[in-house]
Design a protein around this ligand. Structure first.
Ligand code: SF4
Length: 292
């Protein structure tokens, strides 16, 4: 297999075979992200993709699912994606779900009709690293789009029938703008129809612009308790009928289907953790994290 950069397996799709069709991230400029910092964006040569598919067809000929790499393979135009997806279906004829993480901006260069065709070819569920629905925060972290873009592109996915996840990056607005980040993100998420909302807490990694800003006193990271309070505010305001997935330092388990039905219990569990949780232990766990 031709894996040319660090492989990030989606933790929620742990067993899927992986196929690299792009390298790195087209944006590579979010202020908190180290994932592809020293990697240029490239499209894999089509010969490599075919060789990898031949290999997969021998190892997992019955595969019904596959995860495309790397950060945002759907940045490729429809015309570039179509032959790759057809090739996947040829080599793995039982294929049902072709998953990928992607940026909101990657949907922009595709019409609803093209998205519908991508769905027919297997793109049925994607993960959008939205991070925030608050314009101030999106600008602050250099995400490269605004709340209007999120709404416009998510509505296109809905028209095409492609299911999507949305992520909320807890803590990324810092102390100065924490409340607005939580409330405005929920407002934007509420106008979309994600099948799942995922959330993790910001960890500051060395080498990122955000770390430098924190060092200069221009960004104030949230404490573990403040992070939980922000998460609670976001979830209190969230009205999406979706699943919820969290990967925080806290061991309380908020993950599961039917967020709305569980919302009161989730808020109570967070309240309890805010009042009685061992914040030193949470800070210790965060210090051991090596990647987003
Ligand atoms: S967070 Fe995602 S979009 Fe932003 S630089 Fe990292 S991989 Fe690219």
């Amino acid at each position: 297999m031709h894996f040319t950069d660090t492989v990030y397996r989606n933790p929620y799709w742990p067993t899927f075979p992986l196929l690299q069709i792009t390298q790195g991230c087209t944006h590579n400029a979010c202020k908190f992200c180290t994932m592809y910092r020293n990697v240029d964006f490239k499209v894999q040569p089509i010969e490599w993709i075919e060789e990898d598919l031949k290999e997969l067809s021998q190892i997992v000929p019955e595969a019904e699912t596959i995860q495309l790499l790397s950060a945002n393979p759907l940045a490729l135009s429809y015309d570039k994606l179509e032959p790759i997806l057809k090739m996947i279906n040829n080599y793995l004829p039982k294929m049902k779900y072709i998953y990928a993480s992607t940026r909101v901006t990657d949907i922009k260069n595709k019409t609803v009709e093209q998205l519908k065709k991508l769905k027919e070819l297997g793109i049925r569920e994607i993960s959008l690293g939205v991070e925030s629905g608050d314009d101030w925060t999106l600008d602050r972290i250099n995400k490269g789009y605004h709340a209007d873009d999120i709404l416009e592109q998510c509505h296109k996915l809905e028209q095409a029938g492609i299911e999507y996840w949305m992520t909320f990056l807890n803590g990324v607005a810092g102390r100065e703008h924490s409340h607005e980040h939580a409330v405005n993100s929920a407002k934007i998420f509420n106008q979309c129809k994600p099948m799942l909302v995922g959330t993790g807490g910001l960890t500051l990694f060395p080498g990122t612009p955000l770390v430098e800003e924190a060092r200069r006193g221009e960004f104030t990271p949230l404490s573990e308790k403040e992070m939980l309070i922000e998460l609670k505010t976001f979830l209190e305001n969230l009205t999406c009928d979706c699943a919820l997935n969290t990967h925080h330092t806290s061991s309380i388990n908020l993950t599961g289907p039917n967020f709305l039905a569980r919302k009161n219990n989730i808020i109570s569990a967070l309240d309890n953790e805010i009042k009685h949780g061992d914040m030193d232990r949470l800070a210790f766990i965060r210090r051991t994290k090596r990647t987003l």
